[in-house]
Design a protein around this ligand. Sequence first.
Ligand SMILES: *[C@@H]1O[C@H](CO)[C@@H](O)[C@H](O)[C@H]1NC(C)=O
Ligand SMILES: *[C@@H]1O[C@H](CO)[C@@H](O)[C@H](O)[C@H]1NC(C)=O
Ligand SMILES: *[C@@H]1O[C@H](CO)[C@@H](O)[C@H](O)[C@H]1NC(C)=O
Ligand SMILES: *[C@@H]1O[C@H](CO)[C@@H](O)[C@H](O)[C@H]1NC(C)=O
Length: 426
Amino acid sequence: MARPHLLHSPLSPAKVVFLVAILGTTLVASFFWASFSSVYIPISSNWVIGRPAHLLVPNSSSIPSPKREDAFAARKLGSEKSLPPTFADLPAPDLLWEKMPPAPVPRLDGASIVIDNLFYVFAGYGSLDYVHSHVDVYNFSSDTWVDRFDMPKDMAHSHLGVVTDGRYIYVVSGQYGPQCRSPTSRSFVLDTQTRTWKSLPPLPAARYSPCTQLWRGRLHAMGGGKENRHTPALEHWSIAVKDGEALEKEWRSEIPIPRGGPHRFGACVVVNDRLFSIGGQEGDFMAKPNSSIFKCSRRHEVVYADVYMLDEEMKWKTLPPMPKPDSHIECSWVVVNNSIVITGGTTEKHPVTKRMILVGEIFRFNLDTMTWTVIGKLPFRVKTTLTGFYNGWLYFTSGQRDRGPDNPQPRQVISELWRTKLSILM
Ligand SMILES: *[C@@H]1O[C@H](CO)[C@@H](O)[C@H](O)[C@H]1NC(C)=O
Ligand SMILES: *[C@@H]1O[C@H](CO)[C@@H](O)[C@H](O)[C@H]1NC(C)=O
Ligand SMILES: *[C@@H]1O[C@H](CO)[C@@H](O)[C@H](O)[C@H]1NC(C)=O
Ligand SMILES: *[C@@H]1O[C@H](CO)[C@@H](O)[C@H](O)[C@H]1NC(C)=O
C-alpha cells in the first residue's frame, strides 16, 4: 500500500518499488517515521508572513464547536466520508512569525530548558536510526547558536524528563538509543555555570517521558511510559535536591497521578506553588517483538485533554480540560503573565483514516480564571517542539511538522527556529 507522499516524491520507480516493499512490511511504523524521508519539500512558504492563512482555519460548519469540552465529540462525525483531514484544527488568530537561524541539527523528542537568555536544546533523534548525545545552546540576546557540548555517555537520548532551578538542569531517565529501544533509569544534573555533569540516584524504574518538576525542594518524576514503552505508569517519586546535589540516597514514593491522567508526553508545570499536569497520552509505538534493532511499530494510543493540579493538600484536583486532547508537549510550554502557554502537539487520530494528527494552535491557560483559550497558530502544525520565551518573544525549534496546510500528518523532522511577539495581557 503506497502512501500518497511517496507517489508525489521525485523517486525513481525502482526506489518506489523498494520503499513500497519496505513499507508493506512495516506499515505501522511508517505512519510515524515516513518523515525521515530524505526528500525535503519546503512547504512553509504557504504559511509565512503576509500570506493569507485560510489554511489552518477550518470550515466552522464542518468541525465540532471549539466550545465543546474536548474533541472526542468529533468521533460522532466519523461516519461521514467527507470528514476532512484537518477537522481537528480550531479557529485561531494569525500571528506574524519570523524565521531565525536554524539549530545545528534537526531533532525529534529532544528536550529544552531556558535559563536567562540561553536556550539549551538537548538530545533527540536525528533520524530513526541515529540519536544525538549533545546539547546545542542558542543565545536569545545575540540571536545566534553559540555553543555545543556533550552529554554523559550513559544519559538517555530522547524522552528525557528535564527541569531547572535557574542554574542546575536535572535530567531524569528517558529512552537510551535509537528506534524504540528501552529506557534507562540513570539520571543526571548539569551545572550550567561550570558545564559539569554529575550523576543522581537512578529512578526506581526506568521511564519514557516522565513528568519531571522541582516542587517544594524536591525533584519529582511521575507517570511516563513503562519499560515496554507502551504501558502508562502511574507511579510518582521524589527526591530532595539542593544546588545540584541529591540530599537523599533514594527516591521515595508519592501520591500516584490519577487514573486516566497518564501524562506520558504531557506538560508538567510548577507555578504559584502548584504542580500542573496537562494533556498527554496512554500508549505509544513500541519495539516489534524479537526485532534485533528494536524496530518501532505503532500501537493503540489515547490522547487526553485532562488537566490535574497538586497543591498543598497533596491531592490531585481536576481542572478544566484543554480545548482539545493534546500530547507530545513536554517541552512545548512557557509561563508568561500568570498563564501557561502551550504550542502544538498531537491530538486524537483521525476517526476515519486513523492517521496521526498534529496540532498547530497555541493554547493559553489563564491561571487567574482557570480558563483555556486559543491565542494563535504556529507557522505549521508540529509535535514535541521545544519552546522558549524571552523578552516578549515566543520561540520554538525542533520537532516533527505536518505535511502541509491541508495534511496534518507528521512528516519532516525540523531544525528550524521561529519566533513571534507574544501578547498575554493580564
Ligand atoms: C462548509 O461545509 C459545509 C458542509 O460540508 C458546506 O455546505 C459549506 O458550503 C462549507 N462552507 C464553506 C465556506 O466552504
Ligand atoms: C549572548 O549574547 C550577548 C549579546 O551579544 C552577549 O553579551 C553574551 O555574552 C552572550 N552569551 C553567551 C553565553 O554567548
Ligand atoms: C520471539 O523469540 C522467542 C524465542 O526465540 C520465540 O519463542 C517467540 O515465538 C518469538 N516471538 C515472535 C513474535 O516472533
Ligand atoms: C505581561 O503583562 C504586562 C502588564 O500588563 C505587559 O506590560 C506585558 O506586555 C505582558 N507580557 C506579554 C508577553 O504579553
